[in-house]
Design a protein around this ligand. Structure first.
Ligand code: NDP
Ligand code: 8X3
Length: 248
């Protein structure tokens, strides 16, 4: 039987590419996100049955209900990719929008916790598993106006370290992938549909693409059982830090 991987935020960007790549690597995919039509499109792209679960990671009860609905034959989850997340807004703290703050904390931090809480028992039962949390360079360095998004990703960094400590005795690997600039729907979400502003973020240099992160994740989960790539910072060559990007 093929191994099973659950990818959150599989309807777009890094999560989509990761779900497709893990399927190609022989995993059966449980794919989550809010957009049902994207989950259907993902099913069409992946040439084998997937288990789509539509829920909002902010809704604790919805997370519990969706994961409790996973049929027995899909419960031996080997890999959890905690990817669902976004930035909302880019403003000085004094001008920040509380709703944006709540979205980022509720999705990027609490959502990751809610999903992990429901999946970890399956892994403990198996005394095996691999959790990969998608952090960010923004979880390593704070940048101007990044305040709450950066805080949410610093939290992912702390949680990854904490999970690795707490789950060590259960034989569960915990890793963190910290990407720099990746061209996805990320900036469109951050700038609330302002496509021109979003595209400008990636102008004048070659950003990473979602497939770069997916390739890395496939590499990480296919290491031998005694090897855990605990934490990786992956940047475009043009990017030296959260704020220093060499542009043409
Ligand atoms: P996208 O906007 O392309 O994808 C975000 C994914 O998260 C979507 O599948 C979306 O699904 C899901 N998501 C967002 N909110 C929720 C929610 N409330 N409930 C369930 N799912 C949700 O961005 P990326 O692929 O770039 O982002 C993926 C991860 O990578 C994020 O954690 C982001 O912080 C991180 N990251 C991104 C970088 C970049 O430069 N792009 C760099 C570093 C880290 P749906 O809308 O269907 O619910
Ligand atoms: C996404 C990368 O630099 O836009 O986490 O915050 S950045």
């Amino acid at each position: 039987m093929n191994k099973i991987a659950l990818v959150t935020g599989a309807t777009s960007g890094i999560g989509w590419a990761t779900a497709v790549s893990l399927a190609k690597a022989g995993y059966r995919i449980i794919a989550t996100g809010r957009r049902a039509e994207r989950l259907t499109a993902l099913q069409q792209e992946i040439d084998q049955p997937i288990l789509p679960l539509q829920f909002d990671v902010r809704d604790k009860q919805a997370v519990k209900k969706a994961i409790a609905s996973i049929p027995a034959e899909w419960q031996q989850i080997a890999v959890l990719v905690n990817n669902a997340g976004n930035a909302h807004g880019l403003s000085p703290i004094q001008d920040g929008d509380e709703l944006d703050w709540e979205m980022m904390i509720d999705i990027n931090v609490k959502g990751l916790l809610y999903v992990s809480k429901e999946i970890i028992p399956f892994m403990i039962k198996q005394q095996a598993g691999h959790i990969i949390n998608i952090g960010s360079v923004a979880g390593k360095e704070v940048y101007l106006n990044g305040n709450v998004y950066c805080a949410s990703k610093f939290a992912v960094d702390a949680l990854s370290q904490g999970m690795r400590l707490d789950l060590n005795k259960e034989g569960i690997k915990v890793s963190e992938v910290n990407p720099g600039l990746v061209q996805t729907e990320f900036s469109e979400v951050r700038f609330k549909g302002d496509t021109e502003r979003a595209e400008n973020v990636y102008k004048g240099f070659q950003p990473l693409v979602a497939q770069d992160i997916a390739d890395l994740i496939v590499f990480m989960v296919t290491r031998p059982p005694h090897v855990n790539l605990a934490e990786i910072l992956i940047l475009p060559t043009a990017q030296a830090s959260a704020t220093l990007v060499k542009k043409a």
